[in-house]
Design a protein. Structure first.
Length: 104
């Protein structure tokens, strides 16, 4: 039986235009099914190959997977309901006291 993982990925969009050289980074969170955690790396690398496309300016741009930033196993049953299902969680350890604005 498979498990469901939320995988945080970092992609690089590289302009291949002669006129300007720029990079844009994109962070995404994807849901991936795998039998075990160790399979996620192989599945991600097999799925996300470099892609070249024309951007809105007609310039060739390459999208490249840079790295897997984090993997989080989903414990909620998303097949029953998608309402308020947690697909990613990260703990942030602060060395100093942090003030939180609760005015929302």
């Amino acid at each position: 039986m498979y498990k469901i993982f939320s995988v945080k990925l970092l992609f690089e969009h590289i302009s291949l235009s002669d006129t300007k050289s720029s990079k844009i980074y994109e962070e995404t969170i994807n849901i991936i099914r795998a039998v075990k955690l160790e399979d996620v790396d192989r599945l991600v690398k097999a799925h996300y190959k470099d892609v070249i496309y024309k951007n809105i300016f007609g310039e060739d741009t390459k999208i490249r997977l840079v790295m897997i930033l984090d993997v989080f196993e989903l414990v909620d049953n998303i097949e029953e309901s998608l309402d308020f299902v947690e697909v990613y969680s990260q703990h942030i350890v602060a060395d100093e006291e942090v003030a939180v604005d609760r005015s929302f």
